[in-house]
Design a binder for this molecule. Structure first.
Ligand code: NDP
Length: 318
């Protein structure tokens, strides 16, 4: 009797093929998983494909020839672009949760929270003498830091910030428990989470319910001079309300990694605003080594008849 190995088609961007071919083969070898890997969808028989590894900006946008897929494995944690594609109904869409992506986000969020907490901009690289005042920052324990989104990324960032001693609050759609974190959920919970926060971190997905969630009303609840760090998606923030709050001085700083349009257009006022830091969607990235292990683990689950992890609920948008 011959056992068929699953056919896995890689539909990431062409420049990713070399790294993923090496890392997927290595991960499959480590896991003892046999698979037939096709790195260029143009060379695949779509009707024979069991798994499609997808970058929404990659070469596959017509899924109709892929008639027997067991799962579509998204290379990104955010799925709003994948959900905008004409995906085959009934095939599980699995989003990316992997160690490298998670650790990168931990570093980004921790670094930018500490920058605002310690007011590092005041001291780093200054070229003029500052008044010799003993205005030390408050202790972390005196600082309320709020994370909107307590999922794979937000939950672990909240946990680390709590470990650093901050008063950490988090907000999610459903009730969550994160040790050391005051967790809120639902519409009423949002107000409690925002009230008096001096650093606000956004790690929500982009869905119809979350677009524009940080507008004038949400911003008005933060502590005077608060900082906002957006590592989720650009449309979570109402840009005009953010700029207005910065210009009034109600908000002290915004560190933004994600934008409505990317790359951020050169004429956008964020580039030149003195109290905005722009990073080019690098808060974290999917790393092929660790991501390949996560992908192989999902395929192994599928082949063993186990449910996939991190399946997107299409009607809720994440
Ligand atoms: P998850 O799906 O694991 O978590 C999403 C969190 O948001 C959950 O806690 C969820 O609540 C909460 N949420 C969703 N909708 C609502 C809502 N309407 N009201 C309140 N809470 C809500 O996602 P990840 O943590 O893996 O990733 C979060 C986002 O980060 C991604 O969607 C992506 O957009 C972004 N990202 C950005 C990167 C970058 O480089 N800038 C890199 C990777 C991801 P509940 O727990 O109840 O489900």
């Amino acid at each position: 009797m011959t056992t068929q190995t699953p056919v896995v088609v890689f539909a990431g961007r062409p420049e990713q093929r070399e790294a993923y071919e090496r890392d997927l083969r290595a991960a499959a070898g480590e896991a003892g998983l046999g698979m037939t890997l096709v790195m260029d969808p143009a060379e695949a028989d779509p009707a024979a494909a069991d798994y499609l590894i997808l970058a929404p900006s990659g070469p596959v946008t017509d899924f109709t020839p892929y008639t027997r897929l067991k799962a579509i494995l998204n290379l990104w944690a955010g799925v709003e672009q994948a959900l905008a594609l004409p995906l085959p109904p009934g095939v599980p869409l699995v989003r990316m949760v992997e160690e490298g992506l998670t650790l990168g986000m931990l570093d980004y969020v921790t670094g930018h929270v500490m920058r605002h907490h310690l007011d590092l901009d005041r001291y780093v690289g200054n070229t003029t003498a500052l008044p010799w005042e003993a205005n030390a920052p408050p202790l972390a324990a005196e600082r309320k830091v709020t994370l909107l989104g307590l999922g794979a990324l937000g939950g672990i960032c909240a946990s680390r910030l709590a470990g650093l001693g901050f008063q950490v609050h988090g907000w999610s759609r459903t009730a969550r428990y994160v040790e050391g974190v005051t967790c809120h959920h639902g519409a009423d919970g949002l107000i409690a989470a925002l009230d008096g926060a001096s650093i606000l971190v956004l790690l929500l997905p982009q869905t119809p319910q979350t677009v524009g969630i940080v507008g004038a009303s949400a911003l008005s609840r933060l502590a005077p001079g608060a900082a906002v760090i957006n590592a989720g998606r650009g449309p979570l923030i109402d840009d005009d309300a953010l700029l207005a709050a910065l210009d009034r001085g109600d908000l002290g700083h915004a560190t933004l990694d994600v934008f409505d349009v990317e790359p951020l257009p050169v004429e956008h006022p964020f580039w030149t605003h003195p109290n905005v830091t722009v990073t080019p969607h690098i808060a974290s990235i999917t790393r092929s080594g660790t991501a390949s292990r996560a992908l192989v683990s999902q395929i192994a689950r599928g082949e063993a008849g186990q449910p996939f992890l991190h399946v997107v609920e299409r009607d809720r948008g994440y």
